[in-house]
Write a protein that binds this ligand. Structure first.
Ligand code: C5P
Length: 221
């Protein structure tokens, strides 16, 4: 792993989940730990880049020499990412909530007394941060993640093209030993040549260095 691979580059990474408030005490979120994105930020900094890490609510220490911006919601995450431009490279590793409640209630929602009635929560779509940056006037080189349970390469290739990315990192989340909350992962890289390259199961730190080396190679070509 060469330390100067990303010297002089600004790398923007988002990581972790977003949290979408329902009322002052409740929210919608997901199980993303942020580990893969934080490992990528650490590897990019080791490779000599200036790194901005936009983090959702996670319980992880900031890697050395990484500038961290904490956010809660998808809308805040998009604003923080746009504010960090220009960047040479964007890695969208965050598990952005696809929907948010149409409004956040001002006070705690109460059950209807004496009733067993259910309730309906109205949701609206969140912005797609990755697609927004990939179509931005100050567009960086864009890398996305595709977490899929079946036809992993098919959906990942479709996402690469639909979101207008340089690289998609596919991971199979049907296995419990890798992915979302675990310390290990196994991924397949698909760039615009559409030739998949598998990186076998390893720690997220080791994979992050392999991914950073792969990206730097393309970026410097
Ligand atoms: O479409 P899907 O959510 O499967 O795509 C995953 C990729 O898109 C990830 O890189 C994720 O960070 C990004 N994404 C995003 N904003 C969203 C949804 C997904 O940036 N609202």
């Amino acid at each position: 792993f060469e330390r100067g691979l990303l010297a002089g580059r600004h790398v923007l990474i988002n990581a972790g989940p977003t949290r979408e408030a329902i009322d002052p005490v409740r929210y919608i979120s997901n199980h993303s730990s942020g580990k893969m994105g934080f490992a990528l930020a650490e590897a990019a900094a080791e490779a000599g880049a200036r790194v901005t890490l936009v983090a959702g609510p996670v319980n992880l220490p900031t890697p050395p020499r990484v500038e961290r911006v904490d956010v809660i919601t998808a809308v805040e995450m998009l604003a923080a990412c746009e504010a960090a431009l220009p960047a040479d490279l964007f890695i969208g590793s965050a598990a952005v909530a696809d929907y948010r409640p149409v409004t956040c209630a001002e006070s705690k929602l109460k059950k209807e007394p004496g009733s067993d009635a259910g309730m309906t929560l109205e949701l609206v779509r969140n912005p797609d941060i990755l697609a927004t940056l990939a179509n931005h006037p100050q567009r960086p080189w864009c890398v996305g993640f595709a977490a899929e349970t079946h036809d992993v390469l098919g959906y990942a290739t479709d996402k690469l093209q639909r979101k207008n990315l340089e690289l998609i990192i596919a991971n199979d989340v049907s296995s419990t030993s890798i992915g979302f909350n675990s310390d290990d992962n196994a991924v397949t890289l698909i760039d615009r040549s559409l030739k998949p390259q598998a990186l076998p199961q390893a720690s997220k730190q080791k994979l992050a260095r392999q991914i950073v080396a792969f990206i730097a190679d393309k970026l410097n070509a």
